[in-house]
Write a protein that binds this ligand. Structure first.
Ligand SMILES: [Zn+2]
Length: 159
């Protein structure tokens, strides 16, 4: 069986930045599973995985347009520190949910001084080249329920 649209693929992955630092990886106790071809994962990885077989290992470099997109400056904003609760412990890298008329998203504190806080709601890897190492460990057909839900049901559990 090969990786193609509507197959459930399980893979181990390691993601490094351009400096070689590991920024994300599959859990040591199990691979990441997803449905191929429907946008569960970034486009560059879907394309690289297409046609691969169980046991295949490869490295792939993915540009921002096939990864987490370019940095969107509109998602970076400076707000007065007085907008925050005085009791709130603000620090660089802190992530919290922000809700506005566009919806709810995650924002990180990227700059901080006595009067202002700069928040960034881009994906942490937006605008960056991604260096992946991939190992395909399993491939199976997705169930009809999984396909209609657009996500996998581990161990046959529904949700
Ligand atoms: Zn479901």
């Amino acid at each position: 069986m090969k990786v193609e649209k509507n197959k459930v693929v399980s893979m181990h992955y390691t993601l490094r930045d351009k400096g070689g630092k590991v920024v994300d990886q599959s859990e040591s106790d199990g691979p990441l599973s997803f449905i191929q071809g429907i946008g569960n994962i970034i486009p560059g990885l879907e394309r690289a995985l297409e046609g691969k077989s169980i046991g295949d290992k490869f490295k792939i470099t993915i540009n921002p347009e096939d990864g987490y997109g370019d940095l969107n400056l509109e998602l970076i904003g400076k707000v007065p520190r007085s907008n925050f609760d005085a009791s709130e412990e603000l620090e660089l890298g802190l992530v919290f949910e922000v809700t506005n008329d566009q919806g709810t998203y995650l924002a990180r504190v990227v700059e901080l001084d006595d009067t202002h806080v700069v928040l960034d709601a881009n994906h942490p890897m937006a605008g960056q080249i991604l260096y992946f190492e991939i190992e395909v460990v399993a491939i199976r057909d997705a169930s009809l329920t999984e396909l209609s839900h657009g996500h996998i049901h581990p161990n046959g559990e529904s949700c």
